[in-house]
Ligand binder design. Structure first.
Ligand code: ADP
Ligand code: MG
Length: 236
């Protein structure tokens, strides 16, 4: 079954006297295990689309199904439960807890799902390559290492979908490529569906499907064959 199915999604925002159609009749299907990259200029509606798909925001019109279940009709508690059980998040800012070490940060995220075992936490820290840092304060880590902690935290509960809003937006080229390579590896290993929002067209190379947003609409969709990210020219 199609994992995410958005049908004619409309989201409007009021800005003073003006109504902005942040999402304008957007339809999108995502299959389990895919990497989707959503590209577009600032203000094109990428974050709005991501927030709708992630159950963080609700549609004004249209329909949204997760694994065949209507998300539109869920109340606040059901949405919280949906996110807790099925979704993980990473952002441009890592949003770690500064006074906790690496393991504790991953646990805090993982505890959101009651079925998490201690071994899952350690396994995720190993998978993101931070085994030797697991007792370190997150303040001692580089930006790339902090994003690795955020990825481990998001994935420790083995979510169906990882939602990523500009995940490499604060990182340099080399570190960005390493993070993206890690994400591809984790997608292959764990089969986690990944939805990545970015304004950087190079990142589209890691996708199975690329969605181009413009003025709240999907301007185009294309299939892509995943590329080896480390070899790509970042300066284009
Ligand atoms: P992107 O992530 O591509 O930069 P957004 O989804 O954040 O775009 O925004 C799409 C449009 O909706 C923009 O015109 C933005 O100003 C508007 N918008 C987004 N969020 C809000 C909000 N909470 N209130 C008012 N307008 C918003
Ligand atoms: Mg945005």
């Amino acid at each position: 079954m199609t994992l995410l199915n958005l049908i004619g999604g409309v989201k409007r925002y009021q800005q003073g006297t003006e109504t902005v159609r942040a999402l304008d009749e957007v339809s999108l299907k995502v299959e389990r295990g895919e990497i989707i990259v959503i590209l577009g200029a600032s203000g094109s509606g990428k974050t709005t689309l991501l927030n709708i798909l992630a159950g963080l925001d609700s549609l004004d019109h249209g329909e949204y199904l997760f694994d065949g279940t209507s998300v539109d009709s869920m109340d606040k508690n059901q949405l919280t439960e949906l996110r807790k059980m099925h979704f993980g998040f990473i952002f441009q800012t890592y949003n770690l807890l500064d006074n906790l070490n690496v393991t504790q940060n991953v646990k805090v995220g993982a505890m959101l799902n009651d079925s998490i075992q201690e071994t899952d936490v350690h396994e995720m820290i190993r998978l993101v390559g931070l085994e030797d840092k697991r007792d370190s304060s997150v303040l001692e880590l580089s930006g790339g290492q902090q994003q690795r902690v955020a990825i481990a935290r998001a994935l420790a509960k083995k979510p169906d979908v990882l939602f990523c809003d500009e995940p490499t937006g604060a990182l340099d080229e080399h570190t960005s490529k390493e993070i993206l390579k890690l994400m591809i590896g984790l997608n292959e290993k764990l089969q986690t569906t990944m939805i990545i929002v970015t304004h950087n067209p190079i990142i589209a190379n890691i996708a199975d499907h690329v969605i181009i947003m413009r003025d709240g609409k999907i301007e185009s969709k294309r299939e892509n064959k995943r590329q080896e990210i480390l070899n790509l020219d970042w300066s284009l």
